[in-house]
Design a binder for this molecule. Structure first.
Ligand SMILES: Nc1ncnc2c1ncn2[C@@H]1O[C@H](COP(=O)(O)OP(=O)(O)OP(=O)(O)O)[C@@H](O)[C@H]1O
Ligand SMILES: [Mg+2]
Length: 225
């Protein structure tokens, strides 16, 4: 695989569910490629399908039609364990729910994926990233002992720490004050530039969307440019 191959490919993705009011088309005809070093902002009104799309792109949920390929391999050819393995190796996540492990401290949460991947010096790497997101003094706090914004920054440190090929973020600055939001956005784009990490950001913040190379907008489950 060379650098001109897409890191992520979405081909004619669709997602339908049976909701309380019958069949719902959450997403339709979603097609795009994401290359190493790309940054893509996904915008659109609440309920338009942004988080649903991120889940499909990350292989956390399966589409009803179409394909998602990560680094040239379709998720549909893999079982759940294999999808989880590929996600762990290549993807970082910062989602709306922070998904920290509640009985691990901040530093242990950041160390966890590093240990799973067998990376050297997990504690030192985790410390560096917690420092980077301004939480050097909160390393031993459990998630319940952190504010919402602090939890989000731990999730960011955890996502950054593995140097993923692609980073998915759902409102990464949503619950942060202006200064911390700016700092986190700067870190995202620094990683994007220095390590070629592709970024896929869902955001309501026009300034953040504007910093991405590409923007696409979802409207009732379809891309409208
Ligand atoms: N399992 C489900 N069953 C039925 N409807 C669902 C299901 N999951 C999501 N939806 C609906 O799908 C639509 C898209 O949801 P999604 O979470 O992707 O929106 P979003 O664009 O991320 O919105 P927000 O900006 O508020 O986070 C919503 O209208 C939601 O009610
Ligand atoms: Mg959402």
């Amino acid at each position: 695989m060379n650098d001109t191959s897409p890191v992520l490919r979405a081909q004619d993705l669709g997602k339908e569910v049976n909701g309380p009011e019958g069949n719902l088309k959450l997403l339709q005809n979603i097609t795009f490629d994401v290359f190493p070093g790309d940054s893509l902002a996904i915008t659109g009104p609440s309920g338009s399908g942004k988080s649903t799309l991120l889940s499909l792109l990350a292989g956390l949920d399966t589409p009803t039609s179409g394909l998602v390929s990560l680094k040239g391999e379709s998720f549909s050819s893999l079982n759940e364990d294999q999808r989880a393995q590929r996600r762990g190796r290549h993807c970082g996540f910062v989602f709306q729910q922070f998904q920290l492990v509640s009985d691990l401290t901040a530093i242990e949460n950041v160390m966890l994926p590093l240990e799973i991947l067998g990376r050297p010096a997990p504690r030192q790497t985790a410390q560096q990233w917690l420092d980077q997101v301004g939480l050097g003094k909160r390393q031993q706090h459990y998630p319940a002992q952190l504010s919402g914004g602090e939890q989000q920054r731990v999730a960011l440190a955890r996502a950054f720490a593995v140097s993923p090929a692609i980073l998915f973020a759902d409102e990464p600055t949503g619950s942060l004050d202006y200064a911390n939001g700016q700092h986190v956005a700067d870190l995202l784009f620094q990683l994007n530039k220095e390590q070629g990490t592709a970024l896929i950001l869902v955001t309501h913040d026009p300034a953040l969307a504007e910093r991405c190379q590409r923007q696409c907008s979802l409207n009732e489950g379809r891309i409208s440019v």
